[in-house]
Design a binder for this molecule. Structure first.
Ligand SMILES: [Zn+2]
Length: 224
């Protein structure tokens, strides 16, 4: 919002330049006869665009992620919001990397996790563990938007759909399989050992042919 206001301020300065040249100013006989100083105008336009770019960029990312989260949360509708640093200060759940309301389908991804997810999509073939975690975070919150409250079940639903989520986001098939299995084998399975605040997200029943296996046709596990 702050960026938009700054951009609008520069738009107003541009408008002011044209207004003074085209219209009679109060107390004067006619418009300002001086020509518009083009370098000044170019700087104003560049600043207006530079400050408008981040909100526009994030608006596009949120639209993309909302559409894909809605596909994952089928038949429910999901809406993704990427928190800015300022949003984070006002967010009561600022300690979690993301959260979602199963009633409304509204998903909030904490700063800078939207950017991290975009980094993952830029180079999924050489994703680091944080970037792979950002994929699972997106799938996990989509499962909450689908209506699930229980963290262990939500996480297990996500683990099984990470492969689907990566493909929906445009990751090539083989890489999507590898990333989804990487999360399950190297990050999810560690939660049991780590315990603490990770413990509620883990279940021994979250494994092939165990109680939480949904036997999805495109399950991450089927890719093994
Ligand atoms: Zn959760």
């Amino acid at each position: 919002m702050l960026w938009i206001l700054i951009s609008l301020f520069f738009c107003w300065l541009i408008f002011r330049e044209f207004r003074s040249r085209w219209f009679t100013r109060p107390g004067y006989d006619g418009p300002d006869p001086r020509p518009i100083y083009k370098p000044y105008l170019a700087v104003l336009i560049a600043l207006a665009l530079a400050f408008a770019w981040p909100p526009f960029h994030y608006w596009r990312i949120e639209r993309l992620l909302s559409a894909k989260a809605t596909e994952l949360a089928d038949p429910r509708r999901a809406e993704v919001h990427c928190n800015t640093v300022f949003d984070t200060f006002l967010d009561r759940e600022y300690l979690s990397i993301g959260h979602a309301d199963p009633k409304t389908g509204k998903i909030v991804l904490q700063y800078p996790w939207c950017a991290r997810l975009m980094d993952y999509l830029d180079h999924p073939d050489r994703a680091n563990s944080e970037e792979i975690t950002s994929l699972n975070m997106f799938t996990h919150e989509s499962m909450h938007a689908r209506g699930e409250y229980n963290e262990a079940i939500t996480e297990c639903e996500a683990v099984q759909r990470d492969y689907r989520a990566a493909k929906l986001l445009g990751v090539p098939d083989k890489v999507a399989r590898k990333n989804a299995l990487d999360y399950y084998q190297n990050i999810y399975m560690l939660k049991e050992k780590i315990g603490g605040f990770q413990a509620p997200y883990f279940s021994v029943e979250c494994a092939p042919d165990k109680a939480l296996d949904e036997h999805l046709v495109d399950s991450t596990w089927e890719a093994r």
